[in-house]
Design a protein around this ligand. Structure first.
Ligand code: ADP
Ligand code: MG
Length: 399
């Protein structure tokens, strides 16, 4: 294994006795794209502040490329190769996109030289610089807007420009604080693609709240809580971790990880056509709460709790292989068929359902009998009344 690019050991930061970071230990390898998540006040911003030297640790060490950063002033740390992007874009609004990048690429040039070109001529770096800027424009997908003043860019484009300006300074480690706050879904995805492509040649730490975005970009996620690392793992590993759910929702889950998985697969089915219909939500919450508990009062609590876990866009390819028993796979099939059957099955739902069948890999006779069982409910007492609250309509079948 190569030496870590960043190594934080037993680090504590106290503000008047309050420990914003508490015995934090962390390491990452060169070339990693690491996402750090955690509830408000977990210490995420302080974590970046100690890496950049903005805040000094009370105890413990930070090593960057093996070098202890304690007592190195902030401006020198940035020269060692650590670049930080703050939450709000800091671009020169009256300069063009190209000029902003050009300035960032060569900070020794001053603003006037950038604006009026190389009046002295013969700058042996000029061609190399121009080439760098052209590549950067391509990387951040702003080539077509290169000569527009930055104030004409959308918020998402400004974010990408600023990421480009950071890259122009060729840091080894990029620190990026909540890059998609306030962006549209489409812009969010583009920033995600940009970070993924930059990760091929840089080490990157991203602090983020938006879970869908984290899912898009993350390989390894570190969860901070009360100034320490609560856990680390892939998104699939951490999202069902009861400790993570507890710090995010302020309450430990009462359902097991297996139950959570069935719920998430059901949610993926309901999202199949991009429309999570209210009757699909009722099918999921009622059926699963009845399956997970016999007590009507508890079922009603469960419906509230389960709603919190109806995450979007987790792929079936990720979820289904996590099911361990044939019983769980049958339950998932029964529930999924009912979800799409609860309103007319459309083409998009059918495609996802076929994919689910393939992944579940159940014997065809079991699939047929489960489908027939649900079809029967819909033809005998059509439409099945699942009611607004389950107490009024306990279904005859249990899952
Ligand atoms: P996050 O970014 O995860 O929301 P922060 O790192 O901003 O968390 O803050 C962690 C905790 O440290 C919070 O409780 C915050 O109030 C406290 N804190 C941060 N900076 C200071 C400071 N300069 N003085 C006192 N308390 C601070
Ligand atoms: Mg913060």
């Amino acid at each position: 294994m190569p030496a870590p690019i960043l190594e934080i050991d037993n680090l504590t930061v106290s503000f008047d006795g309050f420990k914003a970071l508490n015995n934090l230990t962390f390491a990452m390898q060169p070339g990693e794209l690491r996402v750090i998540i955690g509830p408000n006040g977990a210490g995420k911003t302080t974590f970046l502040d100690i890496i950049t030297g903005k805040v000094q640790p009370t105890s413990g060490t930070v090593r960057f490329k093996g070098k202890n950063l304690s007592k190195i002033p902030e401006h020198q740390i940035s020269r060692l190769g650590i670049g930080r992007k703050f939450q709000t874009p800091r671009v020169y609004l009256n300069l063009t996109v190209r000029e902003n990048l050009d300035l960032a690429a060569n900070r020794r040039k001053n603003v006037l030289a950038t604006l009026f070109g190389n009046l002295t001529g013969g700058d042996k770096y000029a061609n190399a610089d121009r080439h760098t800027v052209i590549l950067l424009l391509e990387t951040i997908s702003l080539s077509s807007k290169a000569d527009l003043p930055a104030n004409l860019l959308s918020h998402g484009e400004k974010q990408r420009l600023e990421i480009g300006m950071l890259v122009a300074q060729s840091p080894d480690l990029l620190l990026v604080d909540e890059p998609v706050a306030g962006l549209t879904d489409e812009e969010t995805e583009r920033v995600g693609d940009l970070l993924i492509s930059l990760a091929q040649s840089h080490s990157i730490i991203v602090i983020e709240h938006d879970m869908e975005f984290v899912r898009q970009i993350a390989r390894q996620v570190t969860v901070l809580h009360q100034g320490s690392v609560l856990c680390e793992g892939t998104m699939d590993e951490i999202q069902d971790d009861p400790r993570v759910i507890e710090v995010y929702l302020g309450q430990a889950p009462t359902v097991t990880q297996e139950q959570m998985r069935m719920l998430r697969i059901a949610a993926a089915m309901a999202w199949a056509d991009g429309n999570f219909a209210p009757e699909q939500m009722r099918v999921i919450l009622n059926r699963l709460s009845q399956q997970f508990s016999d007590d009507p009062a508890h079922q009603s609590e469960l419906r509230e709790e389960l709603k919190n876990y109806l995450g979007k866009e987790i792929s079936l390819e990720t979820l289904v292989p996590q099911l361990t028993t044939e019983g769980e796979r049958e339950t998932v099939l029964r529930l999924s068929y009912e979800i799409i059957r609860s309103n007319t099955i459309n083409e998009a739902e059918n495609v996802v359902y076929q994919k689910l069948l393939e992944l579940l890999n159940l014997p065809p006779e079991i699939v047929q009998s489960i489908e027939a069982e649900i079809e029967a409910q819909y033809t005998e007492v059509a439409p099945v009344n699942l009611g607004k609250d389950a107490e009024t309509s306990p279904p005859s079948e249990t899952l």
